[in-house]
Structures are given as C-alpha cells and as structure tokens.
Write a protein that binds this ligand. Structure first.
Ligand SMILES: Nc1nc2c(c(=O)[nH]1)N[C@H]1C(S)=C(S)[C@@H](COP(=O)(O)OP(=O)(O)OC[C@H]3O[C@@H](n4cnc5c(=O)[nH]c(N)nc54)[C@H](O)[C@@H]3O)O[C@H]1N2
Ligand SMILES: Nc1nc2c(c(=O)[nH]1)N[C@H]1C(S)=C(S)[C@@H](COP(=O)(O)OP(=O)(O)OC[C@H]3O[C@@H](n4cnc5c(=O)[nH]c(N)nc54)[C@H](O)[C@@H]3O)O[C@H]1N2
Ligand SMILES: [Mo]
Length: 754
C-alpha cells in the first residue's frame, strides 16, 4: 500500500508537468495553472474532475486525468474576476453584444448581484436581501407550476437533492435539465428495452471485452480517459469498431501532422480496427444491416450465431424483430446508412466471432430524430448474443457532464419515478406532485407562451445550449424573476426578465466550509459508481456560497416551505446524505459509511444481473422499420459538434487541433463532392439556412467552407455557434431531445461582406 502511494506521487508529478505544458496557453489568458488542483483530480481524497462522466479506475495507483480535464480545472481556477465593478461599467444591453467566450473570459463571479432595470445593470445585493426577494416571489406564485428549475449536470448529488426537494415541496415537477438535450434518449430507450435507464457495464468489463463498438462518440476529445481502456483492449487483441460519419482523431484518424496527439495515450496510432463511415442519421439502417447478416448466418448454420438459450429465457419480441430484419431490404439499408453490404457483413462476422461485446454511444445517436429507436437497435444487437449481463459485455451510454447521471438519481427529473416520490412523501411527510412537469423543450414552449413566472438555473447556459438561441433568449425575458446560480457570466444571465439575481457559487475544486467544517459532496459517474469529492482550492471570493447553501437560503426564505429545516440540512452535507438514504434506501443505505471506501460504491444495475424490470419482466427486442429520413433535393444533414477546445458552451479557444482548424469556429465541414456540386470551393464563405417544419427562417452567415472527409450529403460545424439553426420544435420521438445531429440545411455563397 505504502509503496503504491509513493509510486502514485511520482506519476502525479510527471503527469502534472505534461499538463502544465498543455495548459500554458490558458495561463496566458489569465488562467492559473492550478497545479495543486491538478494533483488532486480524481484522487481518493481529492475532487471529482469537472470534465466528463467517465469513471475513475479502482486501482488507486493509476493516476487518471487528461488534457481536457486539466482545461476544465484551470478554467475554474482562473485568477480573473467578474466583480461588481465590472457590472457597474457595462450595461446588460452592451454585454449582449459580447461573444460567449468574451463573457466567460472575464473570470469567476465574486458577489451576488441583482438586475436593476432603471440603469440596465447588475448591481450588488446582499445574500439575505437576495434570498428574501426570491423567497417572496416563490411564495406569491398562484400555481407552483409557474416556476421552473433548470439543472446542468455539474451539480453535486447533495445540491441536486435539496434543489428538487425545494421544487417538490413547492409543488412542481418542472425540472428541465441538460440531460433532456443529452442522454434522455438513452434513458427512455434502455428503460423500455432493459428495465433500467443506465449503462450496464463497469470499467472492469473493458478488460474482458473482445469487441467494443464506439457509435456516435468522439472520445479523443470528449472522454479522453476512455482511450486508456480502448488502447488496452486493442493491445490485448480486442477489436474496436467505430461508427461515425467522421474519422475522429485517436479513434481512427492520424492527427494533423503539425499537431501531434501530445496527450493521447494512443499517440498517433489509430485505436479502431474497423471504421464504418455511416451517414448522419444512418445508424438505424446500419444496425439493421448488421443484425440482418447475423440472422442470415444463423439460418445458414442454426445455433452458430444467436444465443438461443438467452433469447428464450430472458427476452421477448424476438419473432417480430426477426420479421422486421427480414423485411428490410439491402437496397434501403445501403441507401439509408450510406454503407455497403460488404462493409456491414465484415463487422457482423466480427461481432459473431466475439464472445463479449460492449456497445458505447453518445450524442451521435441520442440527438437524432429516431434516437430512441436507434439506441434500441443497439440493444437488440447486444441481446442477439446475450451480450447483456455477462462479464466483458453490455450497454454503455457514455454520459457527458460529470454528475448528470447522479442528478437524475437524485430526482432531477420532470417525470420522476413513483418510488422516488413515495420515498420523499414518507421521509418528509409531504405530498409531492405526481403529474409530469416541464422538460427542456416544454420549458421553451412555456417561456414563449408567457406561462413561466419564475425561472431558476442551477448552473449551465440555458440560452446558448438550447436550440433556437435568439428565440429562447427573448422568451426567457418574459419571466417575472430569473435566478441564476453560476460560476461565470454567460449569455443566459443576460436574459434578465422582469427581475434577475445572479448568485455566484463555489466550484467543484474549491474548499467548501459549512460552519468551520469542510464538506465533501458526492457524484455518480457514467457507470453508477458513487464517490465523494472534496475541493481544496481557496474559493475565488470570500463571498461565494456553495450550491447546497444557496438552495437552502432560498428555501428558508420562502414561508410556504417552512415545514423543512433547510439550514439544518445544508449545515452538514452528511445530513443531506442521511435524507437521501432514507428516501432511496435500496440504493443509498449507509450512504455516509459507504463513501468512506476508496473509490466509493457501486449502485448496481438490475439488467447487469439479468433482472428485467420491464413490463413483461424480460428484456425486450424492439422492432421497427428503417425510418425514411430522405431530405428534399439540395438539402444537407448538418451535425453540430464539440471542438477539442471547448466544454459545451464554454469555449477555451478558437482552435480544434485534431481536426486541423485554427483561429476560427465559424466553419462548415463538407465533402468535396457537395462543394463542387454547388460551384463552391474550399475556403469560400457560406450562409447556412435550416429548414424546419414550422417554416420559420433560420440562418447563420459567413461560415468558411472546409473540405473534409465526410459522407456526401452530410456537413458538420460547431455547437453552440450553430444552435440558431436548430429548431426547438424539432426533437427526437419520445425522448424530446433536440435533434442537434440532424438539421436539414442548405448552403449558399455568403452574400455581402463580413
Ligand atoms: N472536452 C470536452 N469534454 C466533454 C464535453 C465537451 O464539450 N468538451 N461535453 C460533455 C458532454 S455534456 C457530453 S454529452 C459529451 C459529448 O460527447 P460526444 O457525443 O463525443 O460529443 P459530440 O462532439 O457531440 O460528438 C458526437 C460524435 O458523434 C458523431 N456523429 C454525429 N452525428 C452522427 C450520426 O448520425 N451517427 C453517428 N454514428 N455518429 C454521429 C460526430 O461525428 C462526433 O464524433 O462529452 C462530455 N465531455
Ligand atoms: N447544437 C447543439 N446543442 C447542444 C448540444 C449539441 O451537441 N449540439 N449538446 C447538448 C448537451 S449534450 C448538453 S449536456 C447541453 C449543455 O448545457 P448546459 O449544461 O446548460 O451548458 P454548459 O455549457 O455545460 O454550462 C456552462 C456554464 O455552467 C456554469 N458552471 C460551470 N461550473 C459550475 C458549477 O460548478 N456550478 C454552477 N452553478 N455553475 C457552473 C458556468 O456559468 C458556465 O457558463 O447542451 C446541449 N446543446
Ligand atoms: Mo451532454
């Protein structure tokens, strides 16, 4: 043990040096390197990386952090400050003209401020006055459903639990969250197919898989620590198949020669053994093709491919699924997927030869119009060979925000599970509302209709992250009171409504004292491991409060919520955890004791144990015909992506070095074929127009054409710059996730000068 620790220290130092080099530019921008902070990322007694939700290895001697995690930490640990003096110098109208990047570059918020319409500025306010005004407003609502509580996935379990408790004590389930725009489709699809909306694998399964599918995901940028697993799997002979319209760096492509993949464990070696360059939205057809080959092989040699014992004992719906596969023609599979039958057959045969298969996916699947049905095709494929509930196999939706999965478990859910509400009712002696509340798309509709009087955002950047940026910004202005809890200024905070409060909070990396006692929070990663996180950095300002303290402050100032002793609860987060344990005893019994274990504890997963909490008590094959997604002549399928230098709406720089883009984010990646067909060339300036069912005109201007290896008919560009093209009314069936990955667009040469 002692030896392990010494080795860990040595590795830490080396790792930190490399990271310091890669984050030097951030320092030049005014970010502190936060070297001390970097050293405690993902350590047993440190804080959880605020980057992504990829789990930490259980082996404590294995230090895990990555370049992009370091960026997230450095960005929070910046020494720049957005003070009341800054707000006195700039009107809110003026700040609306600033770029998202410029707003956040001002650094950490330091003091609570209130919007004063008479001077069009945020002005200082005391915490007590802010809480009193917010509490009074909440108390005055005639209908609790006039209030909306948004959450972004960085919020800790403890803060999220108190936040939902506030809303439900008030009487609403209006909890839209970033998950609605993210993995909602996975939750909906998996719940119906497997009886649980979470991934079934643990990190250890990656050590045993023979084949790992990576569908619609760019781990080299968005989950860099996942590459460690993929590379190790490849090194021991496992196959890795990527399905993606792009040959993403590290996974498939070599990096731009001038820009080596410094921080990628795989160096310049592509990790994937096979690449299926599917067209945007073509996954349903591709997955149908793979399964069709498997059934054909099985018919030729019965018992050779399908795990019949598993299918019979554990599943239902196989016959209808087999019928749907038979009905699908190769002509339509090839046309809709953009892939040749031979390519699909090669991967299907590889799948049939593999004993243990993990399927990973992210936004490339979840943000399509047919996302839920497509994810269910992934599950169907796994079920065919019993690849759920055995070591080295399973479904792995790779979550985004570091605690987005935990927030759901804590009840940040517009459609909460009855058992959770029963637990709240029992423990807090209240009658929580049972009717579903507003999700993100529902909130946008309600804002536009003027039905929201109170909007609160626990983190995030609602205006920039949602579709239809300008329309949402205007709609958020219609509310009577907006409350924003945040670490940095962003576009959302400029949608001030009748009144607004901007309340600055501690970040994950910072020391959180309640009374004199340092507090730990907990988070749940993408593989259902719950563990503690404790910040060490000195807070960016002595006026900051923690998210739990802010929720408790608001609740305690709201007379109609007086039945709960909020300040007592938030005074020691162990008390919040005791309450969570009481509400969810099955998952969180002995919560405070169990987080003492290094690495925390595993929440378990029923499907992993082959217990199917579905209507039929079995895992479900879900059959559906291949959707027709053909577009009118001339339209292209736009997918909106992250660059290597951003975290969602937070843009660190205008570079995307793995894709060879420097100094601008206003680009559109297209095939040479599509450019030539329009008489356009590489580097030309374009205007992009989208086409939605509502007929509204949506356009962005002056984007530079970049010829790229992308299937003809498909184009790509960056989120959030392209969000004005995504229509709020265009969302995935059943999950209502905005379709950020399949936006029908046309392009033309830019009119006028820039
Ligand atoms: N550094 C960094 N890390 C992050 C984030 C960040 O912004 N920066 N964001 C976090 C969050 S909230 C999330 S949700 C995750 C997001 O992680 P990803 O899902 O990897 O993020 P995207 O950039 O949206 O990339 C989607 C990938 O899907 C592919 N794709 C697009 N459309 C299709 C399609 O129709 N079919 C297929 N098969 N592929 C398609 C794209 O080419 C791209 O490779 O990352 C998390 N981690
Ligand atoms: N077109 C398009 N749109 C998309 C996507 C896409 O791929 N394409 N992806 C979608 C996805 S997957 C997601 S998850 C959403 C993301 O949507 P959000 O989660 O709403 O957005 P973020 O950009 O992650 O939020 C950044 C802000 O969070 C605040 N913040 C940072 N840390 C903390 C903290 O510790 N506490 C508090 N209170 N605030 C903090 C800062 O003020 C920062 O400005 O966007 C979605 N929108
Ligand atoms: Mo996300």
């Amino acid at each position: 043990m002692a030896e392990g620790r010494v080795r860990k220290k040595a590795e830490q130092a080396g790792g930190a040096e490399a990271l310091i080099a890669t984050t030097r530019r951030l320092a030049e921008d005014g970010g502190t390197l936060g070297a001390r902070a970097l050293l405690s990322i993902n350590q047993p007694d440190g804080f959880d990386c605020p980057g992504c939700a990829w789990p930490e290895p259980q082996d404590a001697s294995r230090l895990e952090f990555c370049e992009n995690g370091a960026k997230a930490v450095s960005f929070e640990a910046t020494n720049k400050r957005t003070t009341p003096a800054f707000f006195s110098e700039h009107t809110v109208s003026e700040l609306r003209e600033w770029s998202d990047r410029a707003l956040e570059a001002e650094g950490r918020l330091t003091h609570p401020v209130r919007y004063d319409a008479s001077v069009d500025r945020y002005v200082p306010v005391s915490w007590d006055d802010a809480f009193a005004a917010i509490g009074q407003q909440l108390d005055s609502l005639e209908d609790p459903n006039e209030a909306v509580f948004y959450t972004s996935g960085r919020t800790s379990n403890e803060a999220a639990f108190l936040y939902q408790l506030l809303g439900r004590t008030l009487g609403t389930n209006n909890f839209p969250d970033c998950s609605n725009m993210c993995h909602e489709s996975s939750g909906v699809g998996l719940t119906e197919s497997l009886g649980i909306g979470k991934g079934t694998v643990t990190l250890e399964d990656f050590d045993h898989a023979d084949l790992i599918l990576v569908v619609g995901q760019n781990p080299g940028t968005n989950h860099p620590r996942m590459l460690t697993e993929l590379q190790a799997a490849r090194a021991r002979g496992a196959s890795i198949v990527s399905m993606n319209p792009l040959r993403e760096a590290a996974l498939v492509a070599f990096a731009h020669p001038k820009n080596p993949l410094e921080m990628l464990p795989g160096g310049a070696t592509p990790i994937a053994s096979h690449h299926l360059q599917v067209q945007v939205g073509g996954d349903f057809a591709a997955l149908t093709g793979l399964a069709k080959v498997l059934l054909e092989r099985e018919a030729a040699s019965p018992g050779s491919v399908i795990d019949r014992a598993f299918v019979e004992k554990h599943t239902e719906g196989f016959a209808a699924y087999a019928d749907a596969l038979e009905a699908a023609t190769w002509e339509e599979i090839e046309r809709e997927s953009g892939l040749a039958q031979s390519e699909l057959a090669a991967v299907a045969d590889l799948y049939a030869r593999s004993e243990r298969v993990i399927a990973c996916w992210a936004m490339g699947l979840t943000q399509q119009p047919h996302a839920v049905a497509t994810i269910q095709q992934v599950v169907n494929l796994l079920l065919l060979r019993g690849n759920v509930g055995k070591p080295g196999a399973g479904a792995c939706p790779v979550r985004g925000h570091s605690n987005v999965q935990g927030d759901r478990t804590m009840g940040i859910d517009h459609d909460p599970k009855p058992a959770f509400l029963d637990g709240l009712a029992r423990h807090f002696d209240l009658e929580p509302p049972r009717a579903p509340g507003l999700d993100t798309v529902g909130t946008i509709e309600a804002l536009q209709a003027g039905r929201v009087r109170f909007f609160c955002a626990m983190g995030g950047n609602f205006v920039a992250a949602t579709p239809d940026t300008p329309l949402v910004a205007a709609a958020l202005q219609k509310s009577d009171l907006n409350v924003f809890v945040a670490t940095k200024l962003n576009r959302t905070h400029l949608a001030v409504g009748g009144e607004a409060f901007l309340l600055p909070c501690l970040g994950r990396t910072e020391l959180d004292l309640q009374g004199d006692a340092p507090q730990a929070v907990t988070v749940e990663d993408s593989m259902s491991m719950v563990h503690a996180s404790q910040g060490r950095n000195l807070p960016a300002s002595s006026a900051l409060r923690s998210e739990p303290a802010i929720v408790a402050g608001i609740a305690a100032a709201t007379p109609r919520l007086a039945a709960i002793d909020w300040k007592f609860l938030a005074g020691d987060y162990a008390r919040v955890r005791d309450a969570i344990a009481a509400v969810l005893p099955g998952l969180f019994h002995d919560f405070n004791e169990r987080i003492e274990a290094p690495g925390g504890f595993y929440l378990g997963n029923s499907a992993r144990d082959r217990l199917w909490s579905t209507a039929a008590g079995k895992a479900a094959f879900v059959a559906a015909p291949i959707p027709d997604q053909s577009l009118p002549e001339g339209q292209l399928r736009l997918m909106t992506l992250r660059s290597h230098d951003q975290f969602n709406t937070t843009v660190y720089s205008d570079d995307d070095r793995y894709r060879g883009i420097f100094g601008t984010r206003k680009v559109l990646f297209l095939s040479a074929t599509d450019l030539a067909a329009r008489g356009l060339g590489d580097g030309d300036l374009l205007d992009i127009r989208s086409h939605a069912a509502d007929g509204l005109e949506r356009q962005v201007e002056g984007f530079r054409a970049v010829v790229y290896d992308i299937p003809p008919g498909c184009v790509a560009g960056y989120f959030p710059e392209l969000n004005p093209l995504v229509a709020a009314g265009s969302f995935a069936h059943r999950s209502r996730t905005p379709t950020s990955k399949l936006v029908p667009v046309t392009i033309e040469r830019h009119q006028g000068s820039l």
